[in-house]
Write a protein that binds this ligand. Sequence first.
Ligand SMILES: CC(=O)N[C@@H](CC(=O)O)C(=O)O
Ligand SMILES: [Zn+2]
Length: 317
Amino acid sequence: MSNGSSNNNNTARFDAARRVAIFGGTHGNEMSGVTLVNLWMQNSAEIQRKGLEIKPFLTNPKAVEKCVRYVDTDLNRAFTQENLSATGGDELPYEVQRAQEINRMFGPKGSAEAYDVIFDLHNTTSNMGCTLILESSKDAFNLQMMNYIKKAFAPASCLVLLNEHPLLKYSTSRSVAKHPVGMEVGPQPQGVLRSNIFEAMRVILKHALDFISLFNEGMEFPPCTVEVFRVLERMDYPRDANGNIIAMVHPNLQDCDWEPLNPGDPMFQTFDGKSIHYQGSSTVYPTFINEAAYYEKQQAFVTTRRETLAASAIGKA
Ligand SMILES: CC(=O)N[C@@H](CC(=O)O)C(=O)O
Ligand SMILES: [Zn+2]
């Protein structure tokens, strides 16, 4: 096995990525992924590529049925080693049972048999535009894929959110794959389909599959750099002693995902019109601003830092 190893020329060699899954409905009310995956399960011509086995898969069918984020617990937080090895069968929360099934089908997580790539399709109510989410800054295959997609998608923009924060990183559905890729497109309300968001997601996925095809056909990708936004800190809404929210996202910050937030800039507005200012010591780039699903997670937005990552050359082993 030469997965991820380097030769003397500093080219990282990976095995061909033969098995790829496209997950939709990890959250049952994020309609672009649900709809695209349902479409491709009926007719997969659009996503087939020579020499590749591509499986569209609805990850949380019960949540999709009810058009809710989840039934018992958030599936996209459920892929911990503890959950994946839990006993209890039917007694376990639905999403934990489902995580175990998905891990059997597409994993096991961390093993040589695991799927090569999993794309997990999400929508956000935040004004994030097209975002790809990575869980590691060390995966040259995924970094090269990001570089390819960004160039193919230009002049439209597709940003990369990197979440490898020791505390804020969570156990995603896609994490069972060797190369996990999240796709997050917004703004789109929960339970709603918007054609622009749907089409953007479809185009990004096309470029991603093209990249894998080219890689498998033997194309060599030279070293490159990729601009990413690294998750730094979770910012909660200001709350009273009972835990009730006492301020909203400030109008100057609302819809301003990826724009610089400087020390002293307003970030919340209380119900009687007072501004609450950002107290950090340096400029950050907020994202997931006012995401509907994150009220229950005590998160008004996350701050990120802009970084340029270097990716080594890659080629097929
Ligand atoms: C709005 C939303 O569901 N976002 C995703 C982000 C991700 O896939 O990492 C989540 O919280 O699971
Ligand atoms: Zn989601």
